[in-house]
Design a protein around this ligand. Structure first.
Ligand SMILES: Cc1ncc(COP(=O)(O)O)c(C=O)c1O
Length: 434
């Protein structure tokens, strides 16, 4: 049989690389001359996806009865932590009992920020406020979500990188650090279809999280399940063990806060967000909440509850999102495989859900690749953004967000990306072949 294995770029001679480079440069100049403006930087749903939820705008009108199930007029003050039907919907979405959930406003990131802010100023369930401690540290699985890292950086919390593995964060390292250092107060986790790798934590990882014996009594797992029902395929879906129940079983009911929202289900910025936690944690949270607000937007809660009906309605809705997202992921993944497969200049994972594809270039190339792509009009997430303080020690991780551009735009954008990867990698290899 004929050997179809392609040579890696490292295996090519200097002359072969130079000739390859001049051909690629010509292609690059050609796309650059088109003066394109493309954006693969942020995980925003496309207009087509937003259109899926437009009927939600018709669920309530001036003739609607705005009284919720428990008899409260949603137009008025009242009900601090969410109307019953919204609680039920989000509880089912987050796989927790209805009584272990509090509904907030329009953003889960906001709830995470408030959770850290409250811990800083008032402490966690009676422990010393973090602002009174010499040092507060957080574990940050990397690559991770830039906005998580921005919150902890903003409050002066020291961040420690923990490498991600295909089954979740390096749990040997998590256990060793959490169980020995009382200054470590939390860990950021995106446990399902993680941002940016699309990794789902394995059963063993979740079990090990639930079994942690933290040195700090106020250590909390910040479990941001933003992509819990955001599957791409019907036949290939990841499964994540429910952490709240698991922590309870292990005798650590208070060790986790779970966050989620409908941002990428209905409308980002106009959805509803929630926290799920133990009774004791929720009591602590409500103490602050009742000072902070008389109650969040119940009309929007009612709109969501009536539009989706129940979790089955929501799951059905997510299939329509998947039908739009799947071809886009396929376009990027197929192009990466076709253009870069076997060349030894990059690696990536094929996620089964979520919003991102994570690409690892050769060391020291990510910043240059992102800059190169920009020359041809393609905006990518800044290299380094997936690490605390914006510093990727290997300068190799790049987050690709395929959701927002149209399929046609995405095809061109991915071409620009792979050309940029090839050109920057050739320069790197040539530099040590001199
Ligand atoms: C992991 C993760 N958490 C939270 C958010 C933001 O959620 P929200 O719109 O509920 O603030 C995002 C948005 O990209 C995300 O990727």
């Amino acid at each position: 049989m004929e050997d179809t294995k392609v040579a890696t770029y490292e295996e090519l001679s200097k002359e072969e690389l130079l000739s390859l480079k001049s051909g690629l440069e010509a292609q690059f100049e050609e796309v650059k001359a088109k003066g394109l403006k493309l954006d693969m930087s942020r995980g925003k749903p496309s207009t087509e996806q937003l259109n899926l939820s437009m009927e939600m705008m018709d669920v309530l009108n001036s003739d609607s009865d705005l009284v919720c199930e428990e008899g409260v007029d949603c137009r008025n003050y009242g009900v601090l932590d969410g109307i019953k039907e919204a609680k039920q919907l989000l509880a089912d979405m987050m796989e927790v009992p209805k009584d272990n959930i509090v509904i907030f406003g329009n953003s889960s990131l906001n709830v995470m920020y408030d959770t850290i802010a409250r811990s800083m100023t008032h402490g966690v369930m009676g422990s010393t406020p973090w602002c009174k401690l010499d040092k507060v540290k957080f574990l940050c699985p990397v690559p991770g979500y830039d906005r998580h890292f921005a919150i902890t950086e903003y409050f002066g919390i020291e961040m420690i990188n923990v490498p991600m593995t295909p089954t979740g964060p390096d749990m040997d390292m998590v256990e060793k650090l959490v169980e020995s250092d009382p200054a470590i107060k939390g860990i950021w986790c995106v446990p399902k279809y993680s941002n940016p790798q699309g990794i789902t934590y394995s059963d063993e990882t979740v079990h090990r999280f639930a079994k942690l014996n933290p040195a700090a009594e106020d250590f909390r797992i910040f479990w941001d399940n933003a992509y819990g029902i955001h599957h791409l395929y019907e036949d290939k879906q990841d499964y994540l063990i429910e952490i709240l129940m698991e922590c309870k079983k292990e005798g650590h009911p208070d060790m986790v806060y779970k966050f989620s929202s409908t941002s990428k289900i209905s409308f980002p910025g106009s959805g509803i967000a929630a926290i799920a936690a133990s009774d004791a944690n929720l009591e602590d949270i409500r103490k602050q909440m009742k000072i902070q607000t008389i109650g969040h937007d119940k009309v929007n809660q009612l709109r969501h509850a009536r539009y989706f009906g129940d979790i089955h309605g929501m799951v059905k809705h997510m299939k329509r999102h998947a039908d739009i997202m799947r071809p886009k992921f396929d376009t990027v993944l197929n192009t990466l495989e076709r253009e870069l497969g076997g060349l030894g200049i990059g690696s990536w994972l094929s996620p089964r859900g979520g919003y991102f594809i994570s690409f690892d270039s050769m060391e020291g190339c990510a910043k240059k690749i992102v800059a190169k792509a920009k020359e041809a009009g393609l905006i990518m997430t800044n290299a380094g953004a997936t690490f605390p303080y914006g510093k990727d020690p290997k300068d190799s991780n790049i987050r690709i967000a395929p959701s927002y551009p149209t399929e046609e735009e995405l095809a061109v954008a991915t071409q620009i990306f792979v050309l940029s990867v090839k050109l920057v990698s050739i320069d790197k290899i040539l530099s040590h072949k001199e």
